[in-house]
Every structure is written in structure tokens, then in C-alpha cells.
Design a protein around this ligand. Structure first.
Ligand SMILES: Cc1cc2nc3c(=O)[nH]c(=O)nc-3n(C[C@H](O)[C@H](O)[C@H](O)COP(=O)(O)OP(=O)(O)OC[C@H]3O[C@@H](n4cnc5c(N)ncnc54)[C@H](O)[C@@H]3O)c2cc1C
Length: 363
């Protein structure tokens, strides 16, 4: 950790621009900027420092691959409830996932990275190594660094180490899926699932090629019976229900729908009640969609030339471009947002030298 912090301090002192690289699976996200003077890799920061099974917490260095951390937690029947797509070679690191605020279907029950990080140690460009939070769930003093750095895209400082909250891994899971070619039925099914009193790990939707589905994963000892109940709810909403006992593939497909190597992926922060309309817009543009039904967040995959249409049709929902060819991302505002004076002040406070990922955010 010391070597990385010293490297940061040197860059800050010399005014050299830098970008942090974890697994490199989301390195292209954000506004394309010129090449930085220095790329700081977190590959050496790869220690699982502590796994405290008793209090369901862990301390990880930022470069630990999420997949490796999950293996360690699973050996104790636990998990870090973060399941974003892991990218090429399953290379996503814990630091990269937190810095991009990325998440997967488990966000339905467990929240986003900011909800699962209890503490953080960061290196700033003035040479400071700052620490906030600890292994306790509640904490109050000073800046909540962990929440501020979640989704900061490497623009404020280098995440060195995080303290995360763990959860028991459900002993088993069974899923229920309801298929339909009617966007209203898919939205109705998703809403009914979201409101049902069942032990849901995930509640998702998908759409593509004129067909879609609402699906839920149920966990724990009674997962089978609960999935049966979910299937009945989907049937009542007018969908074609099915039970999927071996459901890993089903949810891998949902995660994979959040990335594309040749088309554009746009994350839409919309409204749950507008799901059917969102699906119709996506269908009319020849796109496909996966999303978290109860959170109103969707990942839309479509031809890059249709991004402008999507934004016009779905305004005022923020439509953030994640994956897209570099020239496309350079030709538009990937964030779909104006510079914010608050973000500018935060950036100036943490990185007065302006060396961290200049140009990535509109500040
Ligand atoms: C008009 C409207 C009303 C809504 N009302 C409600 C409501 O009452 N209750 C409810 O539960 N949900 C509501 N939603 C849905 C809600 O917006 C989404 O669920 C939520 O945005 C997704 O959470 P998020 O944290 O991922 O936000 P994001 O989608 O990540 O962020 C929202 C915006 O902030 C930007 N952003 C993200 N990270 C950063 C960063 N680090 N720095 C700078 N900018 C960043 C994004 O580009 C985006 O424009 C509403 C949505 C809309 C459009």
C-alpha cells in the first residue's frame, strides 16, 4: 500500500496526470480523455487482509479480484452481495467495482456498492493517506469517504483498501420466470413480484427481439415453495410461468446483458412505473434490455447510432453511456448531465492538483 501511495504523491507533486487501473474491465468507461502521464495499477494490492467470519466483515486491498474474494467468503457460507458482470477473464477487482458503482441482480435485496462498504483507505494526490469508517455498521465522524468514492471513477483518489459488509450465502436458490411478448404484461409481472411478500434475492426484467420476461430468484430453505408462489403470481399477471431450479445460467445472462463489446450499453435510471414504455422505446430502436424491476434501473443495449433517440424518448431519465466505441463516446456527453458545482468543490477538495483522471467527469 505504501508504494502505491508514494507513487500517487510523486505524481501529485509533479502535476502528472494519472489513471488508476484495476482489472481493466471498465477502463474505457467515462468521458474519453487523452492518455494520462501515468497509469497506476492496483495489481500488487491483492491481499485479502481479513475475513472476519464472526462479524460478517472483510478487509480487502483494492486490487483483489472480486471472484477470488467470493471464493474465500463462500468457503464460510458467506458472500459479498455484489454481482456485477466481471468482464474479460472475470478480471473485475473490488476497487474497480466500487469506483464505478457497478452492480448486478443482487442489488435488489442488498443495495449498491456504497451500501456494502463500511470503510475505506485512500491515497490522495497531496500525499495524504486518509481513512474513514471501520468494521462497525454505524459510523459518523467526518467525510464518509466510502460513499463518496463509490462511483467516483478514479477522479478523487486511489482506493487502497476497503472494509466490506458480508451476508450469509443462501443455502439454495430457485428462480421463477414469466415470459410474454407484451411489454405491459412483463411490467405487470415485475411489479407484482416486487410487491410480493417473498424472500427475493433478485427481481429482474429482460426484453429483446419482441419477447421479454420478469424473473425472481428466491433463496433459503423454502426457496422451492416460494418459487412456486412467484410462478403463480406471474401466471396471474398474464405471463407464461416456469420454475428454474438450476438457475445460475439464467442470472449470468442477466449480468451479461449489462455489457457489450460491439454495441452500446446505456444505463437508464428510470421509474418503475414507466417500465412498459421504456421497453416499447427500446423495442422501437431495435435494442434489448435487462434491468432491476423494483429499482427502475435498466441497461439498454442498442446500435450506437440510436443513443440520441433513446435519450430524447426517455427524457428526463438519465441515460449514462457505459460501453460504446471510443469515437462514439467522444462524440457525445456520456454522463447525460451538466457539471455540478458540488462535484467541482468535492473534486477540488480531494484532488487540488487535478491529476486524477482529468476529463473523466464533467467537473
Ligand atoms: C424524475 C425521476 C424521479 C424519480 N423518483 C424516484 C423516487 O421518488 N424514488 C425512487 O426510489 N427512485 C426514483 N427514481 C429512480 C431513481 O432515479 C433511480 O433508481 C436511481 O437514479 C438509480 O440509483 P443510482 O444511485 O444508481 O443513480 P445513478 O443512476 O447512478 O445516478 C443518477 C445520476 O447521477 C449521475 N452520477 C452517478 N454517479 C455519479 C458520480 N459519481 N458523480 C457525478 N455524477 C454521477 C449519473 O450520471 C446520473 O445522471 C426517479 C427517477 C427519475 C428520472
Amino acid at each position: 500500500m505504501t508504494a502505491a501511495a508514494e507513487q500517487i504523491a510523486e505524481c501529485g507533486g509533479r502535476g502528472q496526470s494519472l489513471r488508476v487501473r484495476g482489472g481493466g474491465t471498465k477502463f474505457e468507461w467515462g468521458t474519453p480523455a487523452g492518455d494520462p502521464d501515468v497509469v497506476v495499477s492496483t495489481a500488487e494490492l491483492d491481499r485479502i487482509v481479513e475475513h472476519n467470519e464472526g462479524d460478517l466483515t472483510a478487509i480487502l486491498e483494492a486490487g483483489v479480484p472480486l471472484a477470488r474474494a467470493q471464493q474465500e467468503f463462500a468457503s464460510a457460507g458467506q458472500m459479498l452481495a455484489l454481482d456485477p458482470p466481471l468482464g474479460a477473464g472475470a478480471g473485475a477487482t473490488i476497487g474497480g467495482v466500487i469506483a464505478t458503482g457497478d452492480s448486478g441482480p443482487l442489488r435488489h435485496r442488498y443495495g449498491a456498492p456504497r451500501d456494502l462498504v463500511l470503510g475505506m483507505t485512500v491515497a490522495l494526490s497531496d500525499g495524504t493517506v486518509a481513512k474513514s469508517g471501520s468494521r462497525v455498521i454505524k459510523n459518523v465522524a467526518g467525510y464518509d469517504l466510502a460513499k463518496l468514492f463509490a462511483g467516483s471513477f478514479g477522479t478523487l483518489g486511489l482506493i487502497l483498501q476497503v472494509v466490506v459488509r458480508l451476508h450469509p450465502k443462501p443455502s439454495q436458490s430457485v428462480s421463477a420466470i414469466g415470459r410474454s411478448g407484451d411489454p405491459d404484461a412483463v411490467a405487470r409481472g415485475a411489479s407484482a413480484l416486487a410487491h410480493a411478500s417473498l424472500e427475493k434475492e433478485c427481481v429482474d426484467v429482460r426484453w429483446g427481439g419482441g419477447e421479454g420476461a420478469a424473473l425472481a430468484q428466491l433463496g433459503g430453505e423454502t426457496a422451492g415453495a416460494q418459487a412456486e408462489a412467484a410462478a403463480r403470481i406471474l401466471a396471474d399477471a398474464g405471463l407464461e410461468p416456469a420454475i428454474v431450479e438450476d438457475d445460475e445460467e439464467l442470472w449470468t445472462e442477466q449480468r451479461n446483458g449489462q455489457r457489450s463489446s460491439d454495441r452500446a450499453v446505456v444505463r437508464v435510471s428510470g421509474l418503475q412505473a414507466e417500465l412498459a414504455r421504456t421497453i416499447r422505446v427500446v423495442e422501437s430502436l431495435g435494442g434489448s434490455l435487462v434491468g432491476r424491476a423494483s429499482l427502475g434501473i435498466s441497461w439498454v443495449t442498442l446500435d450506437p447510432s440510436r443513443i440520441g433517440h433513446l435519450r430524447r424518448e426517455l427524457a428526463p431519465f438519465p441515460c449514462v453511456v457505459l460501453d460504446a466505441p471510443r469515437e462514439v463516446r467522444a462524440s457525445l456527453d456520456v454522463w447525460d448531465a451538466d457539471p455540478s458545482p458540488l462535484a467541482q468543490r468535492v473534486k477540488h477538495r480531494f484532488d487540488p492538483a487535478g491529476v486524477f483522471a482529468p476529463g473523466t467527469f464533467p467537473v
